[in-house]
Design a protein around this ligand. Structure first.
Ligand SMILES: [Zn+2]
Length: 197
């Protein structure tokens, strides 16, 4: 290879490297600012920070996706997304953020079981997935209360889900899933935990 063709090759490689970053500005990629988001979380929400670290240890990548319409989203077996807007939403406290995180992690764990729900309608499939994720978030909150003697996430999830049961749209699978969950003996057990703390 002569010098000119080597130069052309280098030019080509540099051009190839540049194309993706130009076509997809770094500020719009979901995880671009994960370090600064997590620095912020570390400072402001120490309990949330611990939970994020635990979930990451389970081979889960956490994406901070500014384009996400919902507070969070499970993305398959090894990824979940958080909307950065929830970190600055003054209507949400640290307990709410922990519950959102546990809920989305519940979706990840559900995906890992490779469930076959092809027989179900879209609506029923979504309702079942939400039911599993909500249940998981409450289970974690119960265990958290027991192990850390901190009942605040559990009290928060109970208040939130009871409010959503009353106010949520019946066309929303989340509402149906919550209605089912609140009928289960499990729900009474969760409430007793808070009462008897
Ligand atoms: Zn969900």
């Amino acid at each position: 290879m002569n010098h000119l063709s080597l130069f052309c090759l280098l030019l080509f490689l540099v051009a190839c490297k540049k194309i993706p970053s130009n076509s997809n500005p770094i500020s719009e990629t979901p995880n671009a600012n994960s370090v600064s988001y997590e620095t912020d979380i570390h400072k402001r929400y120490p309990r949330l920070w611990v939970e994020i670290a635990l979930i990451k240890k389970d081979d889960v990548t956490i994406e901070y996706d500014p384009n996400l319409k919902n507070p969070g989203q499970g993305r398959g077996k090894n990824k979940l997304a958080i909307s950065p807007s929830i970190l600055t939403n003054t209507n949400l406290n640290e307990n709410d953020l922990m519950i959102i995180l546990w809920h989305e992690y519940g979706h990840v764990l559900d995906a890992r079981t490779d469930p076959d729900r092809s027989q179900l309608s879209n609506f029923d499939r979504n309702t079942l997935a939400e039911h599993i994720a909500f249940r998981y978030s409450v289970e974690v909150a119960i265990n958290y209360a027991k192990s850390k003697k901190d009942f605040s996430p559990l009290a928060e999830v109970i208040t939130n889900l009871e409010a959503r049961e009353k106010n949520g749209s019946l066309k929303d699978p989340h509402t149906i899933a919550i209605k089912q969950l609140l009928q289960e003996p499990f729900w009474q057990t969760a409430k007793e935990q808070v009462k008897n703390k």
